[in-house]
Design a protein around this ligand. Structure first.
Ligand SMILES: [Zn+2]
Length: 296
């Protein structure tokens, strides 16, 4: 259990009213991208699952073009993968998104710009009641000030969009262990609604090696009020991952990591009830379900 997840990455929390209704995931239309030949850079051919719900990912076909189109949602650049026979924009949908029509813009190298619309389907996440120390729900002025500073810092980290783009989108779990399916849970701490859970909790003992889920570069390390000892990795193209509550950090900002390379060790730092790994995956500044990047 991970009460830390009132964390800064999810600070905009007036969102729960948006998560209404239910949906059969099997009924979601496939965009048929399995048949799209992948660029040599995407060797695995494995894409994140198409799941256009809050906390999910929409795969939007941009069609063929001689050069990679540039796509954005508002001001936020999007990850575009594929090749000349067909390009695809991957759109991370925040847990705070309101179901209904949404749009992106895509611009080709000849300057032609168009808008593509897609539909965010509703998804109702379960509610979880948690009882924790009152000081971790009603923050002291000092703790609140610290949290605000850390949130501002993390906003900068989360805006990272770099090249090269990820060589694959098939991720490896950072630690073996029982994975919770708690992504998106609406959390009520001591009777007070707080941010939903924005990552995957994996059961593992203190000291267990935490490994990079994809090749990436370390862009932030720190010891944060809610998240404890944390490392952010930049995988390129606005795809980031974070691992939290570590007992040890064995990397430094700027370090390049290969998949499986050591980041640090599982711990219980920050606001937790026990040792475990909290793993978050961010796409275009939206925390999305890490399970979408795993094979099974
Ligand atoms: Zn967690």
């Amino acid at each position: 259990m991970c009460p830390s997840d009132l964390h800064p990455a999810n600070a905009s929390c007036s969102r729960r009213s948006a998560l209404l209704g239910t949906i059969s995931l099997l009924a979601l239309p496939s965009l048929g991208l399995a048949a799209t030949p992948s660029t040599p850079a995407v060797t695995s051919g494995v894409w994140p699952q198409n799941l256009p719900v809050p906390g999910g990912i929409a795969r939007l076909s941009l069609g063929p073009a001689t050069a990679r189109p540039v796509a954005a949602q508002g001001e936020v650049p999007l990850l575009v993968l594929g090749d000349v026979t067909g390009w695809t924009a991957l759109v991370g949908i925040p847990l705070s998104a309101t179901p209904g029509e949404a749009s992106i813009t895509a611009r080709t190298s000849n300057g032609a710009q168009r808008e593509l619309t897609y539909r965010i389907e509703p998804k109702r996440y379960s509610e979880q009641q948690l009882k924790v120390s009152p000081r971790t729900v009603d923050l002291s002025p000092d703790d609140l000030a610290r949290h605000e500073r850390e949130r501002a810092h993390q906003q900068v980290v989360m805006a990272t969009f770099s090249q090269p783009l990820p060589p694959t989108l098939r991720m490896q779990v950072p630690v073996p262990g029982r994975r919770s399916s708690s992504f998106g849970l609406r959390r009520v701490f001591n009777g007070q609604a707080r941010n939903p859970h924005s990552g995957m909790d994996i059961a593992a003992g203190t000291g267990t090696k935490v490994a990079a889920p994809l090749p990436g570069r370390v862009i932030d390390t720190g010891d944060y009020f809610f998240n404890g000892q944390t490392v952010w990795l930049d995988h390129g193209g606005g795809l980031l991952s974070m691992v939290c509550h570590l007992s040890a950090i064995d990397v430094q900002v700027g370090d390049p990591l290969a998949t499986g390379q050591r980041i640090g060790a599982v711990g219980a730092t920050g606001r937790v009830t026990g040792p475990h790994l909290h793993w978050g995956v961010m796409l275009n500044r939206s925390m999305v379900d890490p399970a979408l990047f795993l094979m099974a």
